[in-house]
Design a protein around this ligand. Structure first.
Ligand code: IPM
Ligand code: MG
Length: 392
């Protein structure tokens, strides 16, 4: 077999690869230089940006904002907390600007300390929208929100997992800059840096230490993806040595997905640390045990900024079928627990978490079914507030 002459294509691909390398080396220098955490206790006022997003986003975000405003009423009155609604993160506005996050939205986001964000539509090839980058991914990268923390708990089944998904690297770092080298060959890139891995590993181990979780599992596919996953595994193991009281093990992603449904083994997992794409996939699976992705929240934490959101998408089908008012606010409410904790109101975070456990797991006086057979999103938010008020 002869191989054709691809010199021109290879040269063009090399140029794109070079641009990727330069931008990633620059990013690596930037993240290595900026490691100072924002100290919320030193702020006169905490600004919470609120972006409703698309699809069911506005409904579930408004419900979460209402509950947060109830919990932070005193601080709002005293001018110590401000909610700032930021419009413009809709797919219509993003498409009209041809930007994942339009510049004016980005500058408003950067004036906040933390952000509560509803799901946003991510166009894919063939959709009616231009194929712009995901707003989530763009925000995680632009604000350097490196730790995606996703708790999943099912108390009656003994499940208590916290996933630390690396949030700015892996297959997502340059996910929209892969190269179609020829019509027959496409290549994507996967990125791992030392700093990017050290910081997510430290976050996971620090969390495990503080919360006495006892165990951290490192999840990769280092037997196949040798350069990037291999590096991720090595670095996590090195960081683990600073936490001798915590048991550390490592697993491949494929067998991990299987073990999560193994009732005898799965309860031994506590904290997971894993690259971006595996974290994306496995947290949807994990959330299913808790009642589905509609029940799971996600914190996206960086040194300076943090963003709190649902783990799921904008559910356009629910909106098309007129069911958006029956959307489950629990994902955004679980995210709100983490927001409260992050900005220093641990007492309020604990109260909300307890109320959600009552409403979702034990009392269940109202149930969300996603349709008119169950409660509406607003009714459920009221139920959570009543439960809070009753101190149950
Ligand atoms: C998530 C979502 C996003 C992701 C999508 C909507 C871009 O699936 O937060 O898990 O892939 O990270
Ligand atoms: Mg996902």
């Amino acid at each position: 077999m002869t191989i054709g002459n691809y010199e021109k294509e290879i040269a063009a691909a090399k140029e794109k690869f070079e641009a990727v390398l330069r931008s990633q080396l620059e990013r690596n220098e930037r993240i290595t230089a900026n490691k100072e955490d924002l100290d919320f206790s030193k702020l006169d006022k905490i600004i919470i940006g609120v972006c409703g997003g698309d699809g069911i986003g506005p409904v579930i975000t408004a419900a979460a904002q209402r509950v947060l405003e109830y919990l932070l009423e005193k601080e709002m009155k005293a001018g110590k907390v401000e909610f700032r609604v930021i419009d413009g993160l809709t797919i219509e506005n993003r498409a009209s600007h041809m930007q994942a996050i339009p510049d004016e939205v980005m500058s408003q986001l950067k004036e906040c300390h933390v952000i509560l964000k509803g799901p946003t539509t991510t166009p894919k090839k063939g959709d009616p929208w231009p194929n712009i980058e995901s707003a989530n991914v763009a925000m995680r990268k632009a604000l350097d929100l490196y730790a995606n923390v996703r708790p999943v708990r099912v108390p009656e089944k003994g499940i208590d997992w916290t996933f630390f998904r690396e949030n700015t690297e892996g297959s997502y770092a340059v996910g929209s800059q892969g190269v179609a080298v020829t019509p027959e060959l496409s290549v994507d890139f996967c990125v791992t840096t030392t700093e990017g891995t050290e910081r997510i590993a430290r976050s996971a181990f620090e969390y495990a230490r503080k919360n006495r979780k006892g165990k951290v599992s490192i999840i990769t596919k280092a037997n196949i993806i040798k350069a990037t996953d291999g590096k991720f595994l090595d670095i996590c193991k090195r960081i683990a040595q600073d936490y001798p009281e915590i048991e550390t093990d490592d697993w491949f992603i494929d067998i991990t997905t299987a073990k999560l449904i193994d009732e005898k083994r799965r309860t031994s997992f506590k904290v997971f640390v894993l690259p971006n794409l595996y974290g994306d996939i496995i947290t949807d699976e994990a959330a299913e045990f808790q009642g589905g992705v509609g029940t799971a929240g996600s914190a996206n934490i960086g040194h300076r900024y943090a963003m709190f959101e649902a783990i799921h998408g904008s559910a356009p089908r629910m909106v098309a079928e007129g069911r958006d008012k029956y959307a489950d606010p629990c994902s955004m409410l679980r995210a709100s627990v983490m927001l409260l904790s992050h900005i220093g109101f641990q007492d309020r975070a604990d109260a909300l978490e307890k109320a959600l456990d009552v409403c979702m797991f034990t009392e269940k006086r109202l149930v969300i079914t996603g349709r008119d057979t169950g409660a509406t999103c607003a009714e459920f938010a009221d139920y959570v507030m009543e439960t809070l008020r009753a101190g149950k």
